[in-house]
Design a protein around this ligand. Structure first.
Ligand code: MG
Length: 368
């Protein structure tokens, strides 16, 4: 693998614009480039600017329902310069996995739609629609037309010995009317009827990002996403840096509570950050400073002082909170009985859930 793999430190500094430091952006789509049919405000303009700086823009999606060419047409409608070659779907990553295990032309049962059929054909496999075709593998990916007959036939083929692949395990998908069941939910329905787990291609599992890094010939890739449990965890899993943006499902509170494996290298309001440097954090005793802000955790609450850009303030706050949460618990002192015979309770160590965040996030303008 030619890409640079360095275990990324969360909240790192970058002393040049991200668009010049990294050669390829691996962009999550929903909540980063678009929300439903519409572009995220300013996202197309910021991506055009990054491309002018020489950054290649790759579009990476866990959603297997649409073929890459259709996704590219959607993105091009925002004025972006995109072809199918710039789009990598979890359906393609799943097809690549299957093609690496089974000979060309092998029949593969599709529990999904057009996105999977096109991807299987791209990798020289033969999509089939019934277990009567004796498939060597079953591949399951989201499509609105997936119905009980397909789920049952998938389970039947798995019983018969076909190997099971899933494009992704996202439990929900965003729709104009709110959250709806996603592929992970439909995978659970099949899982209830079989005795094995599927091999998973999409984020946060490595195959989709590995496929993207290889196809886009990235030497210094930067994963960009809105979800900590798929985009950021996925980047950490393959050892590449990540930029979290605030235009999607997760917010400052989620970041503060993120476990270690879901913490991003960089944070920003949106894709305008590609044209900017990133301040890091300096730590002095219990004080965490990023640009004009200094944060500290005292008595299970985080405080912040200073002024400047909100996401510099958030970086200081996150550094203080994560340091407090990660610190090893103080050894319990031998409890002395009080005069009334009660033993004092040991002071509980701060956890991501117990540290009060509201006042500090209000101070920087990022409270709910
Ligand atoms: Mg997203």
């Amino acid at each position: 693998m030619s890409a640079e793999r360095t275990a990324p430190q969360p909240l790192s500094a970058c002393d040049e614009p991200l668009a010049t430091r990294y050669d390829v952006a691996l962009l999550d789509l929903d909540g980063v480039v678009y929300v439903g049919p519409d572009p995220v405000p300013d996202a197309p303009e910021n991506l055009r600017k990054a491309a002018k700086e020489g950054m290649r823009i790759g579009y990476i999606t866990n959603n297997a329902s649409r073929p890459a060419g259709i996704v590219a047409e959607h993105l091009a409608s925002f004025g972006l310069d995109v072809t199918a070659e710039d789009v990598v779907t979890s359906a393609q990553a799943a097809a690549k996995l299957i093609a690496s295990e089974f000979p060309k032309g092998s029949p593969v049962l599709v529990v999904g739609g057009e996105g999977l059929i096109v991807a299987l054909e791209e990798y020289g496999l033969t999509p089939v629609r019934t277990s009567d075709a004796r498939p060597v593998a079953v591949v399951q990916g989201f499509h609105p037309d997936v119905n009980w007959v397909m789920l049952a036939d998938g389970a039947h083929a798995i019983h018969e010995g076909a190997k099971w692949f899933a494009t992704n395990l996202d439990l929900t998908i965003p729709t104009a009317a709110g959250k709806a069941p996603g592929n992970g939910t439909l995978v659970q329905a099949v899982r209830a009827a079989v005795d094995v787990d599927p091999v998973v291609a999409g984020k946060p599992e490595p195959p989709l990002l590995e496929t993207s890094i290889e196809r886009l010939e990235a030497k210094r890739p930067l994963m960009i996403g809105d979800r900590l449990d798929s985009d950021i965890e996925g980047a950490n899993a393959v050892g590449i840096p990540s930029l979290w943006v605030a235009t999607g499902v997760n917010d400052a509170y989620d970041l503060a509570r993120a476990p270690k494996h879901q913490r991003p290298t960089y944070i920003a309001a949106g894709l305008g950050a590609l044209a900017e440097k990133q301040a890091g954090v300096t730590v002095s005793g219990s004080k965490h400073t990023s640009a004009g802000w200094t944060a500290e955790v005292v008595n299970n609450a985080v405080t912040v002082k200073g002024e400047g850009a909100p996401y510099d303030g958030l970086r200081a706050i996150l550094s203080a909170v994560w340091t407090a949460v990660d610190a090893p618990a103080e050894p319990a002192k031998p409890a002395k009985a009080t005069s009334r015979g009660r033993r004092p309770r040991p002071k509980p160590a701060p956890t991501a859930e117990t540290i009060a965040l509201d006042a500090a996030l209000h101070r920087i303008g990022l409270d709910k």
